[in-house]
Design a protein around this ligand. Structure first.
Ligand code: DOR
Length: 448
């Protein structure tokens, strides 16, 4: 029997205060990890501290008391990398369903990649996405616009315009900017606004026809492989370009031990590089694809144990700054088919907490780093104010029950798409609610 957080039937509709009582509040950016009360008033954090809620408040009918003993209250999360398919492929995901999935996953902010149809390479599309998201409410959407027109790798987009319209970074994610000349110009142009250039690192010549990681498993399955060096070679070139231009360079979905080594070395020399890693690259090897499981086809591909080890160590020590979902919804049309025909990617927004708490529980990833990699670190990369638990901050809060055992099923997902190899397993820990401003954007299985 799961103890309810509060009695919904008797809860005030418009409470004067919301009190999270006896939570473990964790906000590493504020040096906070303590058992306290956190009090929210009109969408702002009003007070925090042991016994901060008075007896009068705890018994008032105008106060909503969330009895959260044993739960973790965290700053709500920021995702640097999601694919909502609006405009163009709303049957996979639209901005409404994507934002609902984000709220259920504990996210306050989501950055959306430009490989929509048409591609987000103009002010009009960036503005449309921002306006649509504002009309939905809840989790906030921040577009990442294309580096090149049509993501063709040739002509730069009007980055100044895109930035003014709300873009927080540029990327051709899904494809790599192969030309060194174009990449150099992109870095120089973006540097003038201090915008990050986010690269999908893949030498397409080295990955032509590839379905999965190149190695023994690919050989056994008779599938063409994607060698590590196709990622490493682009990371190495781009780091040289970032050094030469002084621009801010961000590596999307790092998957190899070689990339980790290069990024670590570049950081030690003061190059302005940041990086993200996905939950699936931290948890699954290429063995997961055995049985021709198209849900495990993803770009970059799932690698080997030694890559996972390097990625985990780099996330723990901060070489990899952020956790990003690479939420990539696809319908059965794109997944229930031959491997060669299948689209790469998996949904991820609603699985971060259940999947990655395994690393936290096992002591592989310190809780403070887990929280930092989902809050302060990604916010800094795209220039957003980080969600935080300090007094005066906007209430952007995620309540996690770290010990609740539960099964994540396709039916439980808010996302329109269900393409994940992580479904139908038992997990320890889940998001209980997401509070954004004055609203519960997600509440124990309900949306808004
Ligand atoms: O697996 C992936 N899916 N990797 C990408 O880079 C693109 C994404 C998508 O858009 O489906």
């Amino acid at each position: 029997m799961i103890a309810p957080l509060f009695d919904r039937a008797r809860a005030p509709k418009h409470p004067e205060l919301v009190v999270f009582r006896g939570v473990r509040a964790v906000d590493p950016a504020a040096g906070l990890d303590a058992l306290i009360d956190v009090i929210v008033e009109r969408g702002l954090i009003a007070r925090v501290g042991a016994g901060a809620a008075t007896q009068e408040e705890l018994t008032s009918e105008r106060v909503l008391v969330v009895d959260a003993l044993g739960r973790w209250l965290l700053p709500a999360f920021v995702d640097l990398h999601a694919h909502f398919r609006e405009p163009g492929q709303e049957y996979k995901e639209d901005i409404g369903s994507g934002l609902a999935a984000a709220a259920a996953g504990g996210f306050a902010h989501v950055c959306c990649m430009p490989n929509t149809k048409p591609i987000n390479d103009t002010r009009a599309i960036t503005e449309m996405m921002v306006a649509r998201a504002a009309s939905v409410g809840g989790t906030r959407l921040h577009p990442i616009a294309a580096i090149t027109k049509g993501q063709r790798g040739e002509e730069l987009t009007e980055m100044a315009d895109l930035r003014e319209a709300g873009a927080v970074g540029v990327s051709d994610d899904g494809v790599c900017v192969m030309s060194s000349v174009v990449m150099r110009r992109a870095l120089e142009y973006a540097r003038t606004f201090d915008m990050p250039v986010i690269q999908h690192c893949e030498d397409h010549g080295l990955t032509a026809g590839a379905q999965m990681h190149e190695g023994a498993v690919a050989t056994r399955l008779g599938l063409r492989g994607w060698p590590r060096v196709a990622e490493d070679a682009i990371v190495a070139r781009d780091l040289l370009l970032a050094e030469a231009t002084g621009a801010r360079y961000h590596v999307a979905h790092v998957s190899t031990e070689g990339s980790v080594r290069l990024i670590r070395e570049a950081k030690s020399r003061g190059i302005r590089v940041t990086a993200e890693v996905t939950p699936h690259h931290l948890m699954l090897t290429d063995e997961a694809i055995v049985g021709y499981r198209t849900f495990c086809k993803v770009n970059p591909p799932l690698r080997e144990a030694r890559d996972i080890e390097a990625l985990r160590a780099a996330l723990a020590d901060g070489t990899i700054d952020a956790i990003a979902t690479d939420h990539a919804p696809h319908s059965p049309l794109e997944k229930d088919c031959e491997m060669q025909e299948a689209s790469p990617g998996m949904v991820g927004l609603e699985l971060v907490v259940p999947v990655l708490l395994e690393l936290v529980h096992a002591g592989v990833l310190p809780l403070a780093r887990f929280v930092d990699a989902l809050t302060r670190a990604p916010s800094k990369i795209v220039g957003l104010e980080a969600p935080s638990l300090v007094v005066g901050a906007r209430a952007e809060l995620t309540l996690v029950d770290p010990d609740l055992e539960h099964v994540v099923s396709a039916a439980s997902l808010r996302s329109k798409s269900k393409n994940s190899p992580f479904l139908d397993r038992t997990y320890r820990g889940r998001v209980e609610l997401t509070m954004l401003g004055e609203q519960f954007a997600f509440l124990g299985g309900e949306h808004r």
